[in-house]
Write a protein of this length. Sequence first.
Length: 275
Amino acid sequence: MTEAEQAPPGVDPSTPSPARLYDYYLGGTTNFQVDRIAGDRLRDALPDLYDAAWANRGFHQRAARWMASEQGIRQFIDLGSGLPTQGNTHLSVRQVIPDARVVYVDVDPMVAAMSGELLADDGRTSVIIADMRDPDEVLSHPDLRALIDFTQPVGLLMTAVLHFIGDGSDPWALVTRYADALAPGSYVALSHATADKLPPRSVQAMYATYENTPTRIYLRSRADVRRFFDGLEFVPPYPDAAPCVTYVGVWGADDPEAADSEGSRVLYCGVGKRP
Ligand SMILES: C[S@@+](CC[C@H](N)C(=O)[O-])C[C@H]1O[C@@H](n2cnc3c(N)ncnc32)[C@H](O)[C@@H]1O
């Protein structure tokens, strides 16, 4: 059977997608030949690509677990959640809060096809296929409303997704819109790709790769990423650090110096508290 015949409804196996590319970078198998060719080509120009993906995934898991263990957050919204992978959000936070509730939101139809792995059998997780650029649709979705209590703090995760949203859709206003919908004491964790530490060849390859997917990529500066936290109280990324944006490998690391790497510097990240 060809990949085209295997592709679930709505999935175009002839075009790479951000979700399937990321799955490939993480060593997953939910991807097609077009994703693997595009991923290999990008890695030729950006040798630390896989390290960057793993550093980002590590940040996602550490930030979610920190919200659960240190802040007692019991409910999570994971925007741009990606395909099921090792350490899905509900598995990470349930190590601490066994009955934590998680709503996954992604725009890629492949996520819908694979959603079985994200659905816990106790009905405390759900998967919504929606475009996060439409916060009204996302926030009023009945499946989200069924699991999330907006009078209580929420952990909002937006890792490695805002760089797929162009300035024309005002991703800064979107983050504010989502954060404003949450109860005080909620937390927002986000990561975002940057060209700040990359050579021009890697930057060009990054833009070229995502030019061929349903969405482009928008690499942003530290100052641009810092602006996502306007109105939020920055959490220090590790003990004794100033509250600020940092690189994904470093946030919450036991030994930030050892955790620093070239791949880690492909994405900025931070966690902010909704006052
Ligand atoms: C690089 S993956 C990140 C997955 C996960 N958040 C992580 O950091 O491990 C980016 C995901 O964002 C999704 N995405 C991109 N644009 C989106 C949008 N406008 N609304 C919802 N999801 C989107 C993609 O389909 C993809 O699954």
